[in-house]
Design a protein around this ligand. Structure first.
Ligand SMILES: C[S@@+](CC[C@H](N)C(=O)[O-])C[C@H]1O[C@@H](n2cnc3c(N)ncnc32)[C@H](O)[C@@H]1O
Length: 214
């Protein structure tokens, strides 16, 4: 665990889990929701763009968008295990010189994080209690396309997350998952000057891409 890393993230996003996710990515490519987000962004145009990928995990979005023509990427992740593995994979693929890494909670680091053409949060808001500052600060750093993947706000998802959090509490695991209101997130993003351009729904997840107005 690094000095600036919260124990909840270090515990949840441990080295074993990161290594397993990297193996899966190397064998099968991005998981379906990540693939849907990447596909939508590529169709809307990523050539010569800069990317800010928050909570990028093993770095699939960074690697795939750089391969699709993005100019450079910044990765901000709260978990050092993920960031170490993402960096090693980027090195293996020869793209580390196009990625800047920042370790820590994006909400705290935001003043030091540069704006980008594309900002992504793939399965990140559900790991964070304070949806409003996470979305506001990230959307404010987005010049064009803002992509998110989050759990659908359904009663079954609330039950699953409630049970998971119950067992985490029992096992003294400080990590918690959250299902934030999709309506509240949508209203906030629109109020910050974006229009919804793309939505894909699976049984459990929603993938959205917003575009900055004007
Ligand atoms: C469930 S993983 C998703 C990883 C990857 N995006 C994917 O979909 O496979 C959540 C990631 O978000 C990161 N994360 C959660 N909240 C964060 C925050 N406030 N700032 C930076 N990273 C955050 C975690 O460290 C972790 O890497």
């Amino acid at each position: 665990m690094s000095c600036c890393e919260a124990p909840a993230w270090a515990n949840q996003f441990n080295r074993r889990r990161a290594a397993r996710e990297l193996r899966d990515y190397q064998r099968r490519g991005p998981i379906p929701t990540t693939r849907a987000l990447i596909g939508a962004l590529v169709r809307m145009g990523v050539g010569q763009s800069t990317l800010l990928d928050i909570g990028g995990g093993v770095g699939a979005i960074q690697i795939e968008l750089l391969a699709a023509g993005a100019r450079g990427a910044t990765s901000v992740d709260a978990a050092s295990n993920y960031q170490d593995i993402a960096r090693a994979e980027a090195e293996r693929r020869g793209v580390t010189d196009r990625i800047t890494y920042q370790l820590g909670d994006f909400v705290e680091l935001a003043p030091e994080v540069a704006a980008a053409d594309i900002v992504t949060l793939d399965r990140v808001v559900c790991c964070y209690a304070h949806m409003e500052p996470l979305l506001r600060l990230s959307a404010q750093r987005c010049r064009r396309l803002y992509g998110l993947v989050y759990p659908r706000d359904r009663w079954l998802a609330h039950v699953v997350v409630g049970v998971e959090n119950f067992f985490r509490r029992l096992l003294r695991n400080p990590f918690r998952s959250f299902i934030h209101s999709i309506k509240a997130m949508d209203e906030l993003i629109r109020a910050l000057g974006f229009t919804l351009r793309h939505t894909v729904r699976t049984f459990a997840w929603e993938v959205v891409v917003y575009e900055r107005n004007g």
